[in-house]
Structures are given as structure tokens and as C-alpha cells.
Ligand binder design. Structure first.
Ligand code: ADP
Length: 462
């Protein structure tokens, strides 16, 4: 293939990832429509899960809390001391969950978790208490925030029944049970001075953590995850959450509630989301074709695979790479960090791209081939950021956030946002398309240690 026709083909592929202003507005409008529906009743396309968190911090909060995080292969236990000035001290331990416990009984799993909390208290907190306060840690009751990243049916801030396991867990007798009660029971058997005060989704934790550490006393309206997956949580007026039985005593004097949108599954019907043949191919490779369609265009788990699919197709047509390689032909072999590194290369000869393709794909390249790879990567990355910006814009329109706030603060966690070159700038392009000049009022910041600090803050407000 000639150099110019390879580049023309790459440009035409990249164009298939373009999204016009009109499309971004249509995406945002549809997002707002599904947001409204999800707040009204259960079983709607966007789940809009009430978190039972009814306040967000402003940075002046103080105290010491425990937090645990069960979300995948690791179990983390930490203590968080909030200093009351937007800063905190965090102490953390991490243990791998033995494979046998991921598929064993609820008793085995939750007693293991409780023992890890006991070890943490004995190692890190008892001594401190004895020294500093002259009494034992057992005389203090710790509030604990439980970050649990599996689908639960939450009915109170510290009550939630497990709907199903994901990510390789299969502890059958825990399904349908309240995971806070399972943990509390095992902590009580060990006589630990710990109260499971809040069950926390990681995106809610991100919102809380950013709100605590954001500059000044302003509160954060939106927490966003852009890592392996993508999701968003925001503060909603309690009156708008029609599907909640509000006259419960716990909610009587509350005015807001944090909502976990579960926006990864936005537009599974594909009414407005862009679609290429490579998106369809990647979707079919997943265990849940037809679901999480927004996430499959935006988050880190999928961008590398979209790129691999395109490169493989070009190679099979005889248009790219003089030979094949195992990473090129193996599903899920390209990490999304490759796209970041390719984007970052601004040398005329694309020397970094040369070494990336050599190392990660095991393939030699010509300069036109590297230029083609870069053009395609730019298309995939830009589309991800624009889509993220469009739904963030949708939430801000829904909240009329820019009309009522001089600064609108958003907290984000995840490697895609943190490391992808120019990601925030592209998100802002979509935000301008959706909300216009008000985009200038938006302040976006990283929420560090969201799951620990966020869970502690949920325990505090519980
Ligand atoms: P998690 O979401 O699992 O808590 P991260 O926020 O680190 O963890 O996100 C991991 C995802 O981010 C993976 O899909 C990975 O491919 C992607 N990723 C890791 N590093 C980068 C990077 N430098 N640029 C873009 N994506 C990255």
C-alpha cells in the first residue's frame, strides 16, 4: 500500500470516531431524559441508585475513621484521620483475597475480612491509643465505611443486600444477604470496637473525598470514575428522587441525596451513542454483549482493545505491519496506557511510537505506519473524552448547576483521566458544546484515595 493511501485510510478510520456538536448535544439530552426516568422508578435503563448519603463534606470535618474496600483481588483496610482543614492522614494495609475464599461460603469470606480489621487495629491503632490517650482502643468505637464495589440493593446508609457477585467472586450463600450485617456479625464475634456505619460505592466515595479536599469551603457536585470502568455520582435534591419512600425518620429533615448513576450502562439501546464496526466486535468479545455500552466506548478496559481490533483489521487487509505477532492477534492484549504513550509522542519521527509498537506489539514499523497508528489512537481517545464530557454536561444541565453556583466543582478518579494527554481539555470541548460559556465555571480536580477517604466521610455523615 502506498504511504498516502495508508494515511488516507487512517484518517478515514479516525473520522469514524468523530462526534459533532449536534451529536454531543443529542447524547446529553438523552442522558438527561434517562436520568429523569431513573429517578422516578426502579427497573429503568439507567439505574440511578440512591446512596442514602444525605450530605457532602466541606473540608472542616474532623475525626478518625476506619474504612475497608472489597472490590476485586485485594482487600484494603485503612484508618483515616481527617484534620479538619481539607487534609488527612491515611494508614493502609492491603491483603490478597485467597482464591478459595472468593468461591467459598459467606462465613469464610466475612470472617477473613473481620480478622484483617482485627490485625489492623492491633498493629496500628492499639499502641497509638495506649500511648496517646492513656486508654485502650477497645474503649473507642470506630465508625467504619465499607466500600463494596458489587451490585447491591441499598435500603439505608449501612444496609444493602447483595444482588449478584461479579469479577470472579461466587460466594453463593451471600447473595440476597445484607453485606453490612455479615461484616458486623463477624466483627462482633471478635469483640472489635467497630460499627459498620456506611456502605459505599466507589464513585460516591470519589465525590465525598473531593468535596472534603476541594479548595475553599465549596462543595463538590459530581464525582466521576474514569479508570478500568466509568461511572458518576452527584448530589440530587431529595424531593426529586421520586422512587424513594421518603417519609422515613432518617430522611425527614434531609434535603439532598447522592445518587450513583451507574452511567456505564447509559444508552444500551444505542439510540444516540456512536458506533463503529470495531465497537461491535469488541462488544461481542465481552461476557455481557449489549450492556455497559457507554462504558465500552469510554473506559480503560476497552480503549486498548478497540485499537488492537483496528490494527489487526488493517494488517489482515495487508495495509499495515509487514508481519503479525501474538499481541496483535490476542484479544485484550493491549493496555490503554499504550494509547496515552502514543499520544504523548510529538517527535517528527515518532520515536516513542516506534519503541511502543516494538515492545508492546513486537512489531517493527515504518514512519507512515507509526503516523497511521497515531491518527487512529487520537480518534479513539478523543471520542472517549468527548463522551465523558457530554454526560457530565448532561448532569450539570439537569441540576441547573451553573445558574446557581459561581464555581462548580467536580472530582475525578482514575488513570484514564489522570494520565491520558489532553483528556480534560477534550472533555471541556464537549462541555462547552453542551453548556456553553458556563464551562468556565467548572473546576475539575483529582480525588485522591477516594475509596478510603470517601468511605470514611460517608461513615462520618451517616
Ligand atoms: P481502577 O479503575 O481499576 O481502580 P485505574 O484508575 O488505575 O484503576 O484504572 C485502570 C485502567 O486505566 C486500566 O484499564 C488501564 O488500562 C488504564 N490505564 C492505566 N494507565 C493508564 C495511562 N497511563 N493512560 C491511560 N489509561 C491508563
Amino acid at each position: 500500500m502506498t504511504t498516502s493511501s495508508l494515511l488516507e485510510e487512517a484518517i478515514s478510520i479516525s473520522k469514524q470516531f468523530d462526534i459533532s456538536k449536534d451529536q454531543l448535544v443529542a447524547i446529553s439530552d438523552e442522558f438527561i431524559r434517562l436520568t429523569d426516568l431513573g429517578l422516578k422508578s426502579d427497573g429503568m435503563p439507567m439505574t440511578m441508585i440512591p446512596s442514602y448519603v444525605t450530605g457532602v463534606p466541606n473540608g472542616t470535618e474532623k475525626g478518625t475513621f476506619l474504612a475497608v474496600d472489597l472490590g476485586g483481588t485485594n482487600f484494603r483496610v485503612c484508618s483515616i484521620h481527617l484534620n479538619g482543614d481539607g487534609t488527612f492522614d491515611l494508614l493502609q494495609t492491603k491483603s490478597v483475597i485467597p482464591r478459595s475464599l472468593m468461591v467459598g461460603t459467606a462465613k469464610e469470606l466475612f470472617s477473613f475480612l473481620a480478622k484483617k480489621v482485627e490485625e489492623f487495629i492491633k498493629t496500628h491503632l492499639e499502641e497509638k491509643f495506649n500511648e496517646e490517650l492513656g486508654h485502650s482502643a477497645n474503649e473507642h468505637i470506630y465508625k467504619l465505611g465499607f466500600t463494596f464495589s458489587f451490585p447491591v440493593n441499598q435500603t439505608a446508609i449501612n444496609r444493602g443486600r447483595l444482588i449478584r457477585w461479579t469479577k470472579g467472586f461466587d460466594v453463593a450463600d451471600a447473595v440476597g444477604k445484607d453485606v453490612c450485617l455479615l461484616l458486623q456479625h463477624e466483627l462482633d464475634l471478635l469483640n472489635l470496637p467497630v460499627h459498620v456505619a456506611a456502605l459505599v460505592n466507589d464513585t460516591v466515595g470519589t465525590l465525598m473525598s473531593r468535596s472534603y479536599s476541594s479548595p475553599g469551603e465549596s462543595v463538590t457536585l459530581l464525582g466521576v470514575i474514569l479508570g478500568t470502568g466509568t461511572n458518576g455520582a452527584y448530589t440530587e435534591s431529595l424531593a426529586a428522587v421520586d422512587k424513594l419512600d421518603k417519609p422515613t425518620a432518617a430522611l425527614a429533615d434531609k434535603s439532598i441525596m447522592v445518587i450513583n448513576t451507574e452511567w456505564g450502562s447509559f444508552d444500551n439501546d444505542m439510540k444516540v451513542l456512536p458506533r463503529t464496526s470495531w465497537d461491535d466486535a469488541v462488544d461481542l468479545e465481552t461476557p455481557n454483549p449489549g450492556y455497559q455500552m457507554f462504558e465500552k466506548r469510554v473506559s480503560g478496559m476497552f480503549l486498548g482493545e478497540i485499537l488492537r481490533r483496528i490494527l489487526l483489521e488493517l494488517h489482515e487487509k495487508g495495509h499495515l505491519f509487514s508481519r503479525s505477532s501474538t499481541p496483535l492477534t490476542t484479544a485484550w492484549s493491549l493496555d490503554t496506557s499504550i494509547l496515552s504513550r502514543v499520544e504523548a509522542d510529538i517527535t517528527p519521527d515518532l520515536v516513542a511510537v516506534k519503541s511502543i509498537v516494538e515492545t508492546d506489539l513486537g512489531l517493527p514499523t515504518t514512519l507512515p505506519e507509526r503516523q497511521a497508528v497515531k491518527l487512529i489512537v487520537e480518534g479513539i481517545g478523543k471520542r472517549s473524552a468527548l463522551l465523558a464530557g457530554a454526560v457530565i454536561g448532561g448532569i450539570l444541565v439537569h441540576l441547573k448547576a451553573c445558574q446557581s453556583n459561581p464555581v462548580v466543582d467536580i472530582g475525578v478518579d482514575g488513570s484514564v483521566f489522570e494520565f491520558y494527554p489532553g483528556y480534560e481539555d477534550l472533555m471541556r470541548v464537549a462541555l462547552r458544546d453542551v453548556i456553553g460559556e458556563d464551562e468556565k465555571k467548572i473546576r475539575i480536580g483529582i480525588a485522591k484515595d477516594g475509596s478510603g477517604v470517601g468511605a470514611a466521610l460517608c461513615a462520618l455523615v451517616a
